[in-house]
Design a protein around this ligand. Structure first.
Ligand SMILES: Cc1ncc(COP(=O)(O)O)c(C=O)c1O
Length: 477
């Protein structure tokens, strides 16, 4: 044991030394916490005890909806405790610090390789891809690559000679594509809905293309109703266009949800890199990739599809690593959780999870149809998502609308959005049910019971009750 001489006088400078204090170590005056009323919109003048701060925030958040009862969102609301543990172990890791966190960088690389293989990339070794904060960022990056490739092909006309790039897609695309076109000054060319067709029509898409088209976006599946767009037929229509005109238009597949459903449940459906015209694909790891928000993925068929000048280099183990992202810093925990989920489930596990969710969606859709008051637009057999409108042939049709149903379900805690369709089907209002892992058959039965209980009151209304139609239709998917 070391022998300490108590009587020895320390040097004067040593006497002045103190343990360094992290301001967080000191709790504020406990009496202060009892009389404290911190301002809401201005930084408080001083600190408060962590227990008091926690309670303030916790109590306010109690008024948020219950995420498990939220059938509006596509985003994962349940993960295993082990995934949660890994995420909290990694919550301090910045994805951009590749040199400092090489293993996290390696897990990201493996996820890209797994997705390239899953999506039938012809040469997974040379497929390029990256993680993103979600599909929105992945779509921005993919759109930028399309635009830059088009600009290269049209150096003589753009930007100097005033050509204006355009992007062809269905009017049902998610709002991220409106943002892309707005932010990157690309003209959106939207194929409208027509009759019972609620998504992109291949011939109409090809008809809108010209020499300024940077690409066509096909969605797997549509945010509005969960239907898959016919990617293969879109590619064939563009093949025919090329034969006729020489225009070679690449396709981007927005597989925000479907790219993590179709590979497991619809293996024979060709929608991915099996189609030579598909240049890039995105998905949301945080949707049917089964990871908490926010992680997405973007992959390009080959390095030729992603112009090199868009790629930035960061230091990685003394070398340099290419990165493509809008943000610099981004949490690493979601990427780790994606890798965990990939190895945890494997193909068979994903298939089982997605099949269970699809079964729940189909059964629930069937039961809702059986009530007689609703008409199904989709049945949950592509994405496990379906949309219903009121049935004009039902006895009490006209007494209530989908906005009334949404409001009544909300009284029981269920969040089921109602909204109006875009051109040319603005006449159509629907309720959309997004079924996800964790929304079990038992929970679906409880939802159905609540809906059955609400129906007599809805049928007995004299007219729809939704007063503020603008607010009722303000849902942005
Ligand atoms: C088809 C489609 N694309 C893109 C997005 C945007 O995805 P994220 O929320 O991951 O940014 C969504 C979101 O629902 C979507 O459904």
């Amino acid at each position: 044991m070391a022998l300490h001489k108590v009587g020895m006088r320390p040097e004067a400078s040593e006497e002045r030394r103190r343990l360094s204090l992290n301001p967080f170590y000191g709790e504020a005056d406990p009496l202060g916490s009892m009389v404290l009323a911190p301002p809401q919109h201005r930084l408080p003048d001083g600190p408060m005890a962590p227990s008091a701060a926690y309670q303030f925030v916790h109590d306010e958040l109690m008024l948020d909806g219950n995420s498990r009862l939220n059938l509006a969102t596509f985003v994962t609301t349940w993960m295993e405790p082990e995934a949660g543990r890994l995420m909290s172990e990694c919550r301090d890791k910045n994805m951009i610090d590749k040199d400092e966190y090489p293993r996290t960088a390696e897990l990201e690389r493996r996820c890209v390789a797994m997705l390239a293989d899953l999506w039938h990339a012809p040469d997974p070794e040379s497929t390029v891809g990256c993680s993103t904060t979600g599909s929105s960022e992945a779509c921005m990056l993919s759109g930028m690559a399309l635009k830059r490739r088009w600009a290269h092909r049209n150096r003589d006309r753009y930007p100097g000679a005033g050509a204006r790039p355009n992007l062809v897609m269905g009017v049902n695309v998610q709002v991220c594509w409106d943002k892309f076109c707005n932010f990157w000054e690309v003209e959106p060319r939207l194929v409208p809905m027509e009759g019972d067709r609620y998504h992109l029509d291949p011939q109409a898409a090809a008809g809108l293309c010209d020499e300024n088209t940077i690409g066509v976006v096909a969605v797997l599946g549509s945010t509005f109703d969960g239907s898959y767009e016919p990617v293969q037929e879109v590619c064939s229509a563009l093949d025919a266009l090329q034969e006729r005109t020489g225009l070679d238009i690449p396709v981007h597949v927005d597989g925000a949800s479907g790219a993590m459903v179709a590979p497991f449940l619809d293996e024979d459906l060709a929608w991915d890199f099996r189609l030579p015209r598909v240049a890039s694909i995105n998905t949301s790891g945080h949707k049917y990739g089964l990871v908490y928000p926010g992680v997405g993925w973007a992959l390009w068929r080959s390095p030729d599809d992603l112009p090199d000048e868009l790629v930035f280099r960061v230091n990685y183990l003394g070398g340099d690593m290419p990165t493509f992202a809008l943000n610099f810093s981004r949490p690493g925990a979601q990427v780790v959780a994606q890798y965990y989920t990939f190895i945890r489930l494997g193909r068979d596990g994903y298939r089982a999870v997605q099949q269970t969710t699809r079964d729940v969606a189909r059964n629930l859709a069937g039961e809702i149809e059986a009530l007689g008051d609703f008409r199904l637009l989709t049945r949950g057999d592509e994405l496990p998502v379906f949309a219903v409108a009121t049935n004009p042939e039902a006895g009490n049709a006209g007494n209530f609308d989908v906005f009334d149903v949404s409001r009544r379900l909300r009284e029981s805690g269920w969040l089921v959005p109602a909204y109006t369709f875009p051109p040319h089907r603005e006449d159509l209002s629907v309720l959309r049910f997004v079924c996800r892992n964790g929304f079990s058959a038992d929970l679906a039965e409880l939802l159905l019971e609540d809906l059955r209980r609400a129906m007599p009151g809805l049928r007995a209304q004299s007219a729809p009750q939704s007063r503020d139609k603008a607010a009722a239709t303000g849902f942005h998917h």
